[in-house]
Ligand binder design. Sequence first.
Ligand code: FAD
Ligand code: NAD
Length: 489
Amino acid sequence: MSTTTATAPAPAPLTPDICVIGAGAAGLSLATAAAAFGVPVVLVEHGRIGGSHLNAGGVSARALSAAGARALAVREAGRFGISAGEPQVNYAQVHDHVRRVVATIAPNDSAERLGALGIHVVRSEARFISRSTIMAGNQAIKARRFVIATGSRPAAPPLPGLDAVPFLTSDSLFLLTRRPERLLVLGAGSTGVELAQALARLGSTVTIVETGDLLSHVDPEAALILRRALLRDGITLHEQARVLRAETVKGGVRLVLAGPEGGADHKLDGTHLLVATGRAPNIEALDLELGGIASDAGGVIVDKGLRTGNRRVFAIGDCASGAGGGLHSTHAAHDQAGLVLRSALFRLPIRTKAIAIPRVTNCHPELASVGLSEAQARRRSAAITILRWPYAENDRAQAEHETDGFVKLVADRRGRVLGATIVGPGAGELIAPWCMAVRKGLTVQDMAGLALPYPTFSEASKRAAMSFYAPLAAKPGIRRLIGFLSRFG
Ligand SMILES: Cc1cc2nc3c(=O)[nH]c(=O)nc-3n(C[C@H](O)[C@H](O)[C@H](O)COP(=O)(O)OP(=O)(O)OC[C@H]3O[C@@H](n4cnc5c(N)ncnc54)[C@H](O)[C@@H]3O)c2cc1C
Ligand SMILES: NC(=O)c1ccc[n+]([C@@H]2O[C@H](COP(=O)([O-])OP(=O)(O)OC[C@H]3O[C@@H](n4cnc5c(N)ncnc54)[C@H](O)[C@@H]3O)[C@@H](O)[C@H]2O)c1
């Protein structure tokens, strides 16, 4: 394996074809794919290989929420004629379960495996010293192409008192071996909601405080279903809250919220505080200006072809901002890595298609969307069709007592799929054909014509698509035609 450590005496500059900075979802995807084509690749990582994607992102969050889902299944087993009572949660073992899942996946991303693929891994922090060279420790790297994939980290808001109180973020929450008994969660984006719900199901008393609306980026009808689910989970929700300050109190943390007009302030006490108010790009250490690369608060500015102002440098993943960036998901990072590879290796023109990248919130019921929301589509044109099918009308959902949710499709007048929102069990899986539809310009008629297995949740998608024909079936002309044809036997 070829690995360089920063303590070695100044070695000769490395001159790979591609130098990738950051070994998270985006960087690993790009480096391994490039290496598979036999291209010399150097991968620079100063922290843990796998990045937040593996160590403090989707994998850990999904493993925690899977534990929460099991606790809920035990609690609700009575509906199926099985009595199990209140589940006993051993939080240390829940922590171990999450760690084990990460440890099982980690070897896929280990320095040993990367070395075996022919990738030269440099374990140090990278920074630009010119438009064509970076330093990683004392190792100079001059590459034909650079790809910045340095990700993001939790960002704390400028809340008075917050810097003086101990708080958790998605980076530290998974390290807890004892359950946070009374958890205050600041921020109701995907991170806040996913972690709040998982912990509530595992027995924490959870309060969410949000300055805007719960999951403000999703279809309001879908957010409504989520809101109901969180309340059923026993979570207290403060939306549109004005948070005045954070304080340390005996046994924990206090958030002080402005009360109603003229009323007293509202005090919320917890044993722990989770700050989930958004993320900041990891770009400060990169000395971007020396590389001739512009940035803004969202990260490295890239065009739709994922190029920075320096033509030999691309940026992908959470750290990318501008026309081609602003997408924070592992699958978006993978998609961007594939595009950059096409451009860097084959000189093919590329263009990000953000509209075809799905967004999923891994709560229960799950929430997934792709393409335009109803509100976005209405802003573009009045000539759209909204098609819906509720989970309550799906036989599988009835069998599983999972009837909260719907499939909602946005199509143009001819049936071309503009977007889909699904809230309900399996939404993250059910969105797959709609991703295809949005990317390939398919129609709802394409889905309506499919034979799908019964009884499955997928049928809800098909029924939503079939409802496109409902106005057609009611047309007198069509009815007359059916009557006329029936005369011929
Ligand atoms: C709680 C949570 C749950 C999530 N769940 C999901 C999910 O279910 N599905 C999904 O698709 N997405 C999910 N996400 C988002 C997903 O984790 C990120 O979008 C993804 O990790 C971004 O990958 P990345 O490679 O851009 O960044 P990262 O994975 O953060 O990797 C960046 C790497 O760059 C390294 N680095 C930084 N600066 C330097 C430097 N100067 N030199 C060298 N190395 C450097 C870092 O150490 C890190 O290893 C979740 C995020 C959170 C916080
Ligand atoms: N399943 C997934 O794919 C997944 C999971 C988690 C995060 N992510 C992605 O990571 C990115 C970051 O997500 P996130 O949830 O960490 O951040 P976010 O920016 O999406 O949400 C943060 C929330 O905190 C609120 N907020 C900000 N300041 C506040 C304050 N002072 N007090 C109370 N509330 C405040 C905001 O109004 C917002 O609703 C997003 O793009 C998200 O899609 C994806």
